[in-house]
Design a protein around this ligand. Structure first.
Ligand code: ZN
Ligand code: ZN
Length: 363
């Protein structure tokens, strides 16, 4: 992989074309957050106080799940400092926005801002990157999972997206808590325990059945929505030795109204160039990227990206390819032979390292 550039390299070349206001915080984003908080409170009260039939409960759970995920997207933005600049206010608002997902602001900034953004798609250092074949061979569970036929495995992987964010967030807590100074640790613990304490209190107030519709089911829905973006942001791209967002990130496209409701979270390549910029301005950045580096830029409708995820394995082989370790089928990644319209693989012969074995079409 040659000719890679850091996000700073691209940012320095795009920034001169952007208006000054694009680099200022946008506190008006909080109005959207307020709207979601009101929906959530109204949803809790409706489920808690009324005896509704199953369909009403499901409809409200869907609205709550959608709101939880959207609040998470806003929390992501807030904790990048693009909504307010004052650190204490940023963390307070970020904590409120991430409350439904129970991820504390200090943990999030360490895991996401300081690690994922700095080391994106680095095999060792990115906490969100998927395993390589070498790492996989060390995990019994993953090795076992890859013995399942692809459609079965994909089905369970997609089902697991309903809990993946919560699981991953807990894992990140366990990983990073040791890295905080002992004096900071109590706050990090508090930021984890307070949301969970409130959700379990709600269980005692509401009873299990209502709590299922008011919190648990919405949490599954929110996990799925958030993970649909997170999975497609980088997992069809190669691992990269240089943190080059045009090589290692994918911008997905969604209907305009979804972008409005999700605070433009779909613009992920743009976000990796300018994490400190409000996502309000990412359409402008995208325009510049598609003009300046059309051959490097990756974008795809969300649904197509999800289908490509379904049809490809999630284990990296030599950084730029994805391998089904049991079948020994090797697929390309974006920019390295993966065509989402015609997903193909080649069969890896024993000890084979060259790329000239025949490609087989599967769809
Ligand atoms: Zn990312
Ligand atoms: Zn970010």
């Amino acid at each position: 992989m040659k000719d890679l550039h850091t996000f700073g390299w691209y940012a320095a070349r795009v920034a001169p074309y952007l208006p000054k206001k694009a680099f200022k915080p946008v506190p008006a984003r909080l109005l959207g957050g307020l709207a979601y908080v009101l929906v959530v409170v109204a949803g809790f009260l409706t489920i808690g106080l009324l005896e509704l039939n199953l369909w009403w409960n499901l409809a409200i759970a869907a609205a709550l799940g959608f709101s939880f995920s959207a609040m998470g997207f806003l929390g992501h933005e807030i904790l990048h400092g693009t909504v307010v600049r004052k650190a204490w206010l940023r963390d307070l608002l970020g904590a409120v926005a991430f409350w439904p997902l129970s991820t504390g602001p200090k943990l999030w900034r360490k895991w996401h801002n300081m690690t994922h953004h700095i080391h994106t798609q680095d095999e060792e250092l990115d906490p969100d990157a998927w395993p390589t074949i070498t790492k996989l061979s060390k995990s019994r569970f993953l090795s076992w999972m890859y013995r399942l036929p692809m459609p079965v495995r994909s089905f369970f992987n997609f089902l697991a997206l309903t809990i993946t964010f919560t699981l991953h967030s807990s894992r990140m807590f366990a990983t990073y808590i040791k890295e905080f100074k002992p004096s900071k640790r109590p706050v990090v613990w508090l930021q984890l325990l307070m949301p969970w304490a409130s959700w379990f209190s709600l269980l005692f107030v509401m009873g299990l059945e209502k709590w299922f519709f008011a919190y648990l089911l919405p949490l599954f829905i929110a996990n799925f929505i958030v993970m649909a973006y997170i999975s497609t942001n980088h997992r069809l791209n190669p691992l990269t030795p240089v943190n080059d967002p045009l090589a290692n990130s994918l911008t997905v496209t969604v209907p305009r109204w979804v972008d409005v409701l999700h605070f433009n979270f779909s613009y992920h390549t743009e976000h990796h160039l300018f994490p400190g910029m409000s996502s309000k301005y990412y359409p402008m950045v995208k325009k510049k990227l598609t003009e300046m580096w059309p051959e490097r830029y990756h974008e795809m409708p969300m649904l197509k990206a999800m289908i490509a995820l379904w049809k490809t394995p999630r284990v990296y082989y030599q950084g730029t390819e994805l391998i089904d370790p049991h079948q020994q089928n090797v697929y390309g990644s974006l920019g390295h032979g993966l065509d989402p319209d015609h997903i193909e693989y080649k069969i890896l012969e024993e000890k084979e390292t060259s790329a000239d074995s025949p490609r087989v079409k599967i769809n």
